[in-house]
Design a protein. Sequence first.
Length: 363
Amino acid sequence: MAGMARRNVGMGSDAYGNGGDGDPYNNGPYGNGPYGSVPSVQGHRHSSPSRGRRTATATAAGVLAIAALAAGCGPQDPAADALKQPTAPAPATTATTALAVPSPTEDGKADGTTAPATPDTSTAPTPTPTPTPTTPSPASPTPAPRPSTASPQPEVLMRTGSEGPRVRELQARLRQIGHFGRNPTGYYGTVTAEAVRSFQVKRGTEGTGATDAATWQKLRAMTRTPTADELDPPTERPVAKPDERCLTGRVLCISKKSRTLAWMIDGRVVSAMDVRFGSEYTPTREGEFKVFWKSRDHVSTLYDTPMPYALFFSGGQAVHYSADFAANGYAGASHGCVNVRDKKKVAALFDQVKNGDKVVIYW
């Protein structure tokens, strides 16, 4: 073993030998396999003296056995008896074995044939019974889903923020039956939503303020098709008598009393529209001015609010479209500008007015 220890240390191996792939039994201290040859102290295997004697004796016994078989049933050799090893008792002969070997009491079998063997049923496989085919039972029918009892929500056609010709028609129809107290603007704001809510509650439906398909159908059934003047009236109020300064040239004639703007050329009204003004803290200036700058998509740098179609006439004050005016009407006020709530009309006005045209604001 000391020699083995020196061998392992000398080869720089791990605890199990050459350290190949990590298997503790490969190329380890016990040879080339898991349980390889055990070397002697001198590194060679020892030969046993008794092994040679046993080999010679076995060879002699074999010669005697061959001779005995050649001579028939003779006396046993004492040397062969001495070398005979005890053997385990033979197992009991089974019925199958007895039938396969000729019986010593059986006669009339000079040809060496044997009696037919009886099959051994003790080890034969048990036949598997053929399964009786069964008719599958019909699957239970799946019950049909019950229809929902909840009524479907009606489709919303218009709501706050909507705008366009249909909104204008909605407003005109609401005005016909007294639910909308102003001219149509084409913008669905809080005033329009409140008018729709009033109509819905009075007709016994949920007052959502949004115009769904059912509300629209009821309103159409109760009203007539609006005329062109109803859809697009010049102003909510009658246009005021023009100031004498408005009778010549191209003039934006603006009356604070009637809250109207009349676009006039040489004393003739070309178009008119509703307007609102600044509050008492930010009043709209009065007097005669001139348009000095046009800005189609203007945004206020002071209030960060949109001022589309702006026509500037005095410092930061301008005539422009106001979505808040379209939505809330006269409930609000501007910061000094002249607000227009009809986007279609102010857009047309923007295209017609030129820099240098006159602006007259009066009571």
